[in-house]
Ligand binder design. Sequence first.
Ligand SMILES: [Mn+2]
Length: 302
Amino acid sequence: MNTRVLQLIGAEVGEGASDGGCKWAQPALRERGIQLALSATGRVVTWGDPVTAQPLRASNRLDAIEHFSLRLAAAVEKTLRDGKQPLVLGGDHSSAAGTWSGVAQFLRPVGRLGLIWIDAHMDAHTPQTSDSQAPHGMPLAALLGHGSDGMAALYGWRGKLLPHNVVVIGARSYEPAEAELLAALNVRVMTMEEVLDRSFAVCFNEARNQVTRDTVGWGLTLDLDGLDPLDAPGTGTPVETGIRLADALPVLAQCSTDPTFVAMELAEYNPLRDFGGHTAEAAKQLVCAALAPGEPVQALAA
Ligand SMILES: [Mn+2]
């Protein structure tokens, strides 16, 4: 049973995307009771200080994300050093550069980080290949060591993720340069077509086997747009035909009972597009499934 304190860290960033609505995800999820939902699973849940991108202090969008990444990485690393398990609540997905750099830095003295990346996109652009120049399309490339120093070389080293220690699940909207980079690096990408063909459960299990094989800890970064917009319409960049919520929930239950599952990140929730709060409900169910302590809550003796 997982008895670590779960620390929620708001990553208040929308500057990485063209539509900045994801910046307000954390306060919206807070208002919709994400802490209560997680506590009800039996976890002890605390809030860390939110980390907020400060565009007015930056010369451009990438600069803002770089400064933000550094502060988010430090907050995540400190949470781990304090013996707590971080759940980072994005924010657009540019948060991943900071989140997983902090985790990789924490693990570095003992070994490598593994990561499952659920997403409709590949997030594998660099400033050289991106037409939009939106940093939320760059974090996976950055963690693999490709991109600007500020996103890819936090703590002074590149390659927070080795290519064989990461698996992308659910990709269905990407550009040739991203697919070429991941293919050149030999990163395993399970496209949505493969997920539909082989089932999410089979794909996730295979991905988990791969990211735990050569690593000392692993995590999950969950871009809500990896899900089908029927279940999660309120995301930064929805793409049709994704992973169904009902298929994901039972599979994610295997995460937190694994003592090597170090951290989780939820990204791209856009409360401004979440009419009726359906996507917030899906987000709550997903984090509860992945982070529940592993045994039913014991009823208190009268
Ligand atoms: Mn993404």
